[in-house]
Design a protein around this ligand. Structure first.
Ligand code: NAD
Length: 477
């Protein structure tokens, strides 16, 4: 180790020290004023606006993400959320009056949204900027101090966040801690007021177990297998258009990507052919040379994905891969079955299995036999079929006739249920997640009605309150 790097290591502030610093800032009241929150949101917006090319390059280095896709899904999406949050900040954070019962009048009740305190945001690698900053927008807007931990699996983006955040945001109350399991474990041992974790369910369990020691509330934004139903009433060409985009965006590494398709035997061959056309329309005849198709994040994940390809027979579409280039072609597996390896866990890569079933009742049974998914997609013109899925299944969200667009509506909560997580954010839902809704009752003067329920309990009060006189022995029955 050189003298310089040893010195840098010694000077490195530990995760615990970062946490203590932001805790002190919160205790000192730094984060509470609306003006501070607004300034920090504007500063985060400037960070994204002024460093667009560097951010796009970092995400490209980590994920081979096309630059324009990085702009849209990592930068513009967060800037839109910031603009929306600034616009509504006063309304979303101001106290709300509630009616008080007649007996308690004169008086008034209020729900006051107060910041939780010091929050930890742990992000994954697949949208390494978006999933780091989106929760931070809500946490700051709600008046909290924040430590954010980017994913070590997207190292270029993590390094850039570590460099940029202190330049733009108030370092007293907003910090980045980089690192992997060791650093995250150290952070998880601390007493946070909220932990917001996005990632896989196995680590989600570790996060929740650690949080339970301090009774810290958690939001777990997890994943899982998001199913698609393609009905015989669906427009097959439009369905294939949406599925090819939703599945192969970011090389299938999107938490709400369609994971597998359930459909009937008459629809399946038409769907495969339509998917072939749509994939070519998006990425050309050879997606490997397309600048618009991303890469699998690392060789460990590539090996995991290629092991899911059929050992015998070939994929209906794609299936080619190049380990050195972390490339796996957009792949469609027709005639897949529920017992195939590809159907055991979330795929999280560019493989789309199609399973044929007898009809939508069987599809609903299959969906309900598994963990509740993060997203469920229904392609159907039939309102009855759409309603059958919405009424008889459960999932974090539902997209009808298009995947993933539900995330673009900030007034819709984004989060999982059951195996796909707990809690939600986006827009005002994020403010709720990072606030405590405090009950405040202000009483004015005495209440003649309330006196009736206070000692001494006279026969008159008894009569008035119960509507009948007590028995001679003093009993009521
Ligand atoms: P990851 O490997 O980057 O892990 C997520 C975070 O957990 C990282 O910051 C990492 O440092 C930390 N971590 C990893 N191991 C840990 C341990 N043993 N102890 C403590 N912390 C640890 O990302 P991932 O989990 O591979 O992300 C992919 C998963 O996330 C998929 O299942 C996907 O569906 C899900 N996801 C969900 C959402 C959502 O919004 N619901 C969004 C994106 C991804």
């Amino acid at each position: 180790m050189s003298i310089d790097s040893a010195k840098a290591q010694q000077e490195r502030i530990s995760p615990t020290q970062h946490a203590q610093a932001v805790r002190e800032a919160f205790s000192a009241g730094v984060t509470r004023p609306l003006e501070w929150r607004r300034e920090q949101l504007h500063a985060l917006d400037r960070l994204l606006a002024e460093n667009g090319p560097a951010i796009e390059q970092a995400v490209h280095a980590d994920l081979g993400k096309p630059l324009l896709e990085a702009f849209l899904t990592e930068i513009r999406s967060v800037r839109t959320e910031i603009a929306e949050t600034i616009k509504h900040l006063s309304r979303w954070t101001r106290p709300r009056s509630v009616k008080v019962p007649f007996a308690l009048k004169p008086g008034s009740g209020q729900i006051v949204r107060e910041p939780l305190g010091t929050v930890l945001v742990i992000a994954p690698w697949n949208y390494p900027v978006h999933l780091l900053f989106m929760p931070v927008v809500a946490a700051i807007a709600a008046g909290n101090a924040v430590v954010m931990k980017p994913s070590e699996v997207a190292p270029a983006t993590a390094a850039l966040a570590e460099e940029l955040v202190p330049k733009y945001l108030d370092n007293r109350a907003i910090r980045v801690v980089t690192g992997a399991v060791e650093e995250t474990t150290e952070l998880l041992e601390l007493p946070w007021d909220h932990i917001f974790y996005t990632g896989n369910g196995a680590v989600g369990r570790i996060v929740m177990a650690a949080a339970s020691k301090h009774l810290t509330p958690v939001t777990l934004e997890l994943g899982g297998k998001s199913p698609v139903w393609v009905d015989s009433s669906a427009d097959v060409d439009a369905t294939a258009h949406w599925l090819a985009w939703g599945k192969f965006l970011n090389a299938g590494q999107t938490c709400v990507a369609p994971d597998y398709v359930l459909t009937t035997a008459d629809v399946a061959p038409r769907l495969v052919e339509a998917l072939r056309r749509e994939i070519e329309a998006l990425y050309g005849a050879d997606p490997k040379v397309s600048r618009d198709f991303g890469r699998v994040v690392n060789t460990r994940h590539l090996d995991r994905l290629t092991a899911l390809l059929p050992q015998s027979g070939t994929a209906a579409i794609g299936g080619q891969f190049d380990r050195d280039d972390r490339y796996l072609a957009p792949t469609v597996l027709a005639d897949a079955s529920l017992s195939d390896p590809v159907m055991q866990d979330e795929i999280f890569g560019p493989i789309l299995p199609i399973i044929t079933v007898s009809g939508h009742d069987e599809a609903i049974r299959i969906i309900n036999d598994r963990d509740k998914p993060l997203a469920l997609y229904i392609f159907a013109k039939s309102r009855d079929v759409q309603e059958a899925f919405v009424e008889r299944t459960s999932s974090g969200g539902v997209g009808i006739n298009a995947p993933m667009l539900q995330l673009g509506v900030s007034s819709l909560p984004f989060g999982g249920v059951g195996g796909s997580g707990m809690g939600a954010y986006h827009g005002e839902h994020g403010i709720r997640t990072f606030s405590h809704e405090r009950a405040v009752l202000v009483k004015k003067g005495r209440s003649r009605l309330m006196v009736l329920g206070q000692p001494p309990f006279t026969a008159r009060k008894e009569r008035l309150l119960r509507g009948r006189a007590p028995k001679k022995d003093g009993s009521n029955s």
